[in-house]
Design a protein around this ligand. Structure first.
Ligand SMILES: [Zn+2]
Length: 388
């Protein structure tokens, strides 16, 4: 057995933790680029905490998932503003944007010099500018991952900037920042977190540190996601969702992902589907096809016992079989009103190119079994319409 585990240098977790952002950021820099997402008002507490510690703020609002151009613009804004630290406060999109800007500020050059798959894929040579992440949704876990997903509209694909040098200097995870999220955002981001706990747990790169995080995260997600969607505003539900997201990020960064995320990359690149919504739509079919393929071709695979364990955790029944996990997830996806990929414009005619692009996606390497063309097409087709 050999594994590594790397994460943000510091994780501060707890209700109200955002108030500590100023004292965390001030030793890292005196002028901060504050990257925010579509709802910049959700970063008000972060802004106040920075100001309270005497850190000047250069605002950089973004809208939606970041593109290569978003990062170029952020680098320009940061240079013009003379910043020496980057703070991102928002969902995974804002955090990925900030992480990529911090990397480019430290290394120079263009995002395409470093981007995987569609760019030149050069490794980063120098440290990023100091970067602090403050998530306001519970889904991506991007505050503790070493990659930033960027869309390149000209290539119809999303790809990652990836380097251990991109890990945040601090992640401040405050469950109270989740107050006021809309039910569709809770559902999609929560199911992204759930997928990011299942995929590393059954991954070919699973390791004992990550296993423990996945078990704990799955239990918390399973007991609280539906309640949050239905409007339960209790602090314990928010804590569960924030921890599930954080643990999913820790897990994926150190054990990889699988076919859900292998497909999510081209789905997000070709269609205007938010990442969490795409993952949520893909999850049931990926579980079903993976299980069947493992049973047929690799009945000795340890992933089968892992799927049984997922079933036991989410159903609360120690004797649950792996198929029970599929049924449980299908019911959850349905009750959270997740639309199929057709909602974002995907059709039967897109199946072939989705399969071709998914095969090449970096996440696919972690899937517990190599899926054949027919199985991949079955996943794409079944995910077009999930609510029956
Ligand atoms: Zn994800």
């Amino acid at each position: 057995m050999r594994f590594e585990f790397a994460t943000a240098a510091r994780i501060v977790f707890g209700p109200g933790a955002v108030a500590e952002l100023g004292t965390v950021a001030a030793p890292l820099g005196r002028r901060a680029l504050l990257v925010t997402g579509r709802h910049a008002e959700r970063a008000a507490a972060a802004r106040g905490a920075l100001a309270g510690a005497g850190v000047a703020v250069v605002p950089f609002p973004t809208a939606g998932e970041p593109t290569v151009d978003t990062v170029r613009q952020g680098v320009s804004a940061a240079r013009a503003g003379g910043v020496d630290v980057v703070v991102a406060c928002g969902g995974g999109s804002a955090i990925d944007a900030g992480k990529a800007v911090a990397a480019l500020l430290g290394n120079g050059g263009d995002p395409l010099d470093y981007l995987e798959v569609v760019g030149r894929g050069q490794p980063l040579a120098k440290p990023s500018f100091p970067f602090v992440a403050v998530p306001t949704t519970a889904g991506t876990g991007s505050e503790v991952t070493r990659n930033a997903v960027l869309a390149s509209p000209e290539h119809g694909l999303k790809a990652s900037l990836r380097s251990p040098l991109m890990l945040a200097r601090a992640a401040i995870v405050d469950p109270d920042l989740l107050v006021g999220l809309s039910p569709p955002v809770v559902a999609a981001s929560g199911l992204d977190a759930f997928a990011q706990l299942v995929e590393p747990f059954v991954s070919l790169r699973a390791n004992p540190v990550v296993d423990g995080l996945c078990r704990e995260g799955l239990a918390r997600s399973a007991r609280s996601l539906r309640r949050a969607f239905e409007g339960d505003a209790s602090s314990s539900v928010r804590v569960d969702l924030a921890l599930a997201s954080l643990f999913g990020g820790l897990a994926l960064a150190n054990a990889g992902l699988g076919a859900v995320h292998g497909f999510a990359a081209p789905v997000g690149g070709l269609f205007d589907a938010p990442h969490g919504a795409a993952c949520a739509a893909l999850l049931p079919a990926v579980l079903r096809v993976n299980l069947r393929a493992l049973g047929q071709r690799r009945p000795e695979s340890p992933a089968l016992a892992r799927y049984r364990e997922v079933a036991a955790i989410v159903t609360g029944r120690p004797d649950a079989g792996a198929e029970d996990a599929v049924a449980w997830v299908e019911a959850l996806v349905r009750s959270l009103s997740i639309p199929g990929l057709s909602r974002w414009g995907a059709t039967e005619g897109d199946v072939e190119r989705l399969v071709a692009k998914a095969r090449a996606a970096s996440s696919m390497k972690g899937n517990p079994i190599e899926l054949n063309e027919g199985e991949l097409a079955e996943i794409a087709r079944a995910s077009l319409v999930v609510v029956r």
